[in-house]
Design a binder for this molecule. Structure first.
Ligand SMILES: *[C@@H]1O[C@H](CO)[C@@H](O)[C@H](O)[C@H]1NC(C)=O
Ligand SMILES: *[C@@H]1O[C@H](CO)[C@@H](O)[C@H](O)[C@H]1NC(C)=O
Length: 150
């Protein structure tokens, strides 16, 4: 027969098992962005793969939270020997309501995380936001859909 102590221990174990598979965090859709690129500069084969300097020349962002135009930026992504492209990008976004936002993007294609920096009071909330984005090459350059992790 199971004692009460053993039963409550089983309860603790069951709770531990449940806690090992927590609910995923909700994602709030922020915007989609298309990045256009100037002629890339190939750095070539470096110790961890192939390095390229991809100059971001512009683009557009459209969405419920942010809409505007991409200014300038740089992606010094690395392509691993296994063929995985890991972008490491920084670019500015000028919103339709005149805020300037700096976007930091890093990850392993097609999954990236995004951090923001801005002096705009309206977009102050972006300074502590963490976003997830996914996407890839399209006919204009690279397209990404961006969600804030809540
Ligand atoms: C990005 O480009 C695609 C293909 O031209 C277009 O369908 C889409 O609306 C564009 N998105 C943005 C945010 O500009
Ligand atoms: C943004 O700035 C431009 C140029 O200074 C101005 O024409 C426009 O009215 C401004 N828009 C907003 C929403 O502040």
């Amino acid at each position: 027969m199971l004692s009460l102590a053993k039963l409550s221990l089983l309860g603790v174990l069951a709770a531990t098992v449940l806690a090992a598979d927590p609910a995923p965090p909700p994602l709030n859709y922020l915007f989609s962005v298309n990045l256009t690129f100037a002629e890339p500069i190939s750095i070539g084969s470096v110790p961890y793969g192939t390095r390229d300097l991809l100059t971001i020349s512009g683009g557009t962002a459209v969405g419920p939270k942010i809409s505007g135009k991409v200014g300038k930026g740089l992606d010094w992504g690395l392509t691993s020997r296994q063929g995985v492209f890991s972008p490491d990008a920084l670019y500015s976004l000028h919103t339709d309501d005149n805020a300037t936002i700096l976007i930091f993007e890093k990850g392993h294609a097609p999954h990236v995380h995004i951090l923001f920096e801005t002096a705009s009071p309206k977009y102050e909330w972006l300074n502590s936001a963490v976003a997830y984005a996914t996407g890839g090459p399209n006919e204009v350059g690279v397209g990404l859909d961006v969600w804030q992790v809540r």
